[in-house]
Ligand binder design. Sequence first.
Ligand SMILES: Cc1cc2nc3c(=O)[nH]c(=O)nc-3n(C[C@H](O)[C@H](O)[C@H](O)COP(=O)(O)OP(=O)(O)OC[C@H]3O[C@@H](n4cnc5c(N)ncnc54)[C@H](O)[C@@H]3O)c2cc1C
Length: 399
Amino acid sequence: MTSDERVLIAGAGPVGLAAAANLVRNGVPVTVFEAGTDLSTESRASTFHPPTLDMLDTLGAAKPLIAQGLPAPKFQYRTLRHGILAQFDFSAIADATAHPYRLQCEQSRLTRILYEQLRTQPGFELQFNSSVERVSQNDSGVTVTTKRNGNTETRTGRFLVGADGARSDVRRSLGIDFDGFTWPDRFLVVSTPFDFYREIEGLAPVSYVADPQRWRFLLQIPGLWRVMFPVAENESDELALTPDFAQSLMATIVPGITNYEIAHTTLYKVHQRVAKTMRLGNAFLVGDAAHINNPLGGMGMNGGIHDAMNVTARLADVWHGRASEAELDLYDRERRLVTLEYIDQQTIQNKRNLESDGVAFKTHLDSIAADPQRTRDYLMRVSMITSLKRAKELGTAPA
Ligand SMILES: Cc1cc2nc3c(=O)[nH]c(=O)nc-3n(C[C@H](O)[C@H](O)[C@H](O)COP(=O)(O)OP(=O)(O)OC[C@H]3O[C@@H](n4cnc5c(N)ncnc54)[C@H](O)[C@@H]3O)c2cc1C
């Protein structure tokens, strides 16, 4: 086999490895280039939505992931002043998914599971310490230039999947714009082993708390709670990363409780950006390389895995001669429009809702909770099932 007879993938994050797993499962050989010396263990996504779990099941990864995570059928909204505004339960959409819950589990668990399953498969190759620096294309395929252990190397493949994250070198090398904006505030995530169930009555494992200045969400993962707070534009990064700053925010959660045991503190800049196109010739952008959004609602990695499953199903069909290359355009049409119409808009709305005083938000939530059909529509939307249905419609509608 020559190196041309492969799909190249830049990046071994959750999206790149999901893409690799779906290609290998469909008999398409892949080479993954990962800039790091190992898989990332950074604490970022920790919510897997129902349809993503359904997809991971087809890769054989859902069961081991669920075994390491925390299924959370219920989530709730609160305000600092009014307590619980509304609570929703995914069992209301149990007929639409085999996994009627959010799974709370860190993304690094998924990458490890996928890598361990893939590493012994024929047709799978992963090079650590290999950073993709440049991409060029001709009619027969794609050439990438990588820096591997300090040496410059080139590899050719029939297709390239750019899953190399928000600062994507693939996107930059292809000259694809990444339009959008950066929020002025940043988000601070503080994790603690503290048992909030003991102190906050009726708390759900996923709880969003609205407030114009001091909104936050509390999210349980195995062994820890992660709490996310906004950090105002005028606070410096240096200050926001001090232990005192984290403790001062944590002290606002339960009156009288201070001095938390803190496991991690991470400060993030937050953006809303979508690539101008997600396909250029034989190169495709997926995941954060194609779109980034604020993490409220947990849609970035989930949407990225949906991209990966969409594009790799099409690539496998083209590879095996079951579809023409024109079919590949539908990837950009479906996933990019859904990202703009749905993921980008929903996450912006989620931020606005949390920043509200809760009065109008409560009226809105009450009207949803009072009507079983609206509750169902709402759960289909926040679980991202609606976005996948919309993507299917876009793929069948005339361009
Ligand atoms: C605080 C926070 C919480 C979040 N929570 C959620 C959540 O609950 N649910 C959700 O869906 N999303 C969430 N997200 C977003 C989620 O983390 C990302 O969408 C997700 O990591 C994207 O996966 P990816 O594989 O596309 O990119 P990444 O995870 O960034 O992986 C990219 C990989 O490519 C490698 N790489 C980079 N450049 C190169 C190169 N030139 N060559 C080769 N390799 C390269 C990197 O080393 C990395 O391993 C959250 C984000 C943050 C910051």
